[in-house]
Design a protein around this ligand. Structure first.
Ligand code: PDD
Length: 284
């Protein structure tokens, strides 16, 4: 972390930002977050990210510290103070600082912390070769639609994938694919694109929604439909989507090639559509 961060009303150098140890984010993981990309200094799909943030705050009963316009002003100022360009903006709201007691404290002010990191474009080599994934049992709780900072299960699952030499863990609950440890999952079979429908078992990814929207706009057959793990194993293509990785082709699943083991034609088309959409935003 470097540059200027936002903490509770102040913009200050990252190494000067301090949060008290009794912050419930530190003690309980009691908070929610967002990761919002900015391209050429412009926040990408900001309304959608702020809507999801409001949903997460409401679900965790943390009072929303700002309205949409206030969030927008703070985020835009922070991106500017960090030099604009391509950034990944991390925003976290915790319930605040209080003596350690599980029940909610009575009078407490949410802690708001925001930082920017340079957004590294995914290497061309990664797009040429694709990445490797493994399937794992989804060991998380039953509110995965909340973007909670409490990420221990996601971290442990991702590390299992890393230990296996892979990029991502694709999670399976009751025989159905939910999502990746930090991404959503798409598959292609016979030209048809499929992604699991939204539910409490997965995060409603902003990238996921945009991919669905753009695919349909461009006449591609894209369905929100359950993916049994056995169906995933027979996919011609598998993709992972997230704000920081955009659309990543998975070319190896559980040690076996996906399709012919190379990024597929539907991915290439979708990736080009996505890049065009981003480019239009950059130039707007
Ligand atoms: N994570 N599912 C999970 C569990 C995630 O953590 C993420 C993103 C996504 C994709 O959502 P979006 O398209 O809105 O980025 C799906 C972020 C990038 C992170 O934790 O760093």
């Amino acid at each position: 972390m470097s540059g200027i961060v936002y903490l509770n009303g102040e913009y200050l150098p990252a190494d000067e930002a301090r949060v008290p140890v009794l912050d419930r984010g530190f003690i309980f993981g009691d908070g929610v977050y967002e990761v919002i990309p900015a391209y050429n200094g412009k926040l990408f799909r900001l309304d959608e990210h702020l809507q999801r943030l409001e949903n997460s705050l409401q679900a965790t009963r943390i009072p929303s510290p700002f309205d949409r316009e206030e969030w927008r002003a703070i985020l835009e100022a922070l991106v500017r103070k960090n030099g604009g360009g391509d950034q990944s903006v991390y925003l976290q709201v915790t319930r605040g600082i209080a003596a350690r007691e599980h029940g909610f404290p009575e009078k407490v002010k949410p802690t708001v912390f925001i930082m920017c990191n340079p957004l590294q474009a995914v290497d061309d080599q990664v797009h040429d070769a694709g990445v490797c994934a493994i399937t794992l049992e989804d060991s998380r709780w039953k509110h995965c639609d909340i973007k909670a900072i409490t990420l221990l299960p996601n971290i442990l699952l991702r590390q299992q994938a890393v230990d296996a030499g892979c990029t991502e863990a694709i999670l399976v609950r009751d025989g159905l694919v939910t999502e990746g440890a930090a991404s959503n999952v798409f598959m292609v079979r016979d030209g048809q694109i499929r992604t699991p429908p939204k539910s409490r078992q997965l995060l409603p990814g902003i990238t996921r929604d945009l991919v669905v929207e753009l695919a349909r706009q461009h006449g591609l057959d894209c369905r929100e439909q359950d993916i049994p793990v056995a169906t995933l194993a027979e996919a011609d293509e598998i993709w992972l989507t997230s704000s920081t990785k955009e659309i990543l082709p998975v070319t190896q699943l559980d040690g076996r090639p996906v399709g012919d083991g190379r990024p597929g034609p539907v991915w290439a088309r979708m990736f080009a559509i996505y890049q065009d959409y981003k480019q239009a935003l950059r130039e707007a």
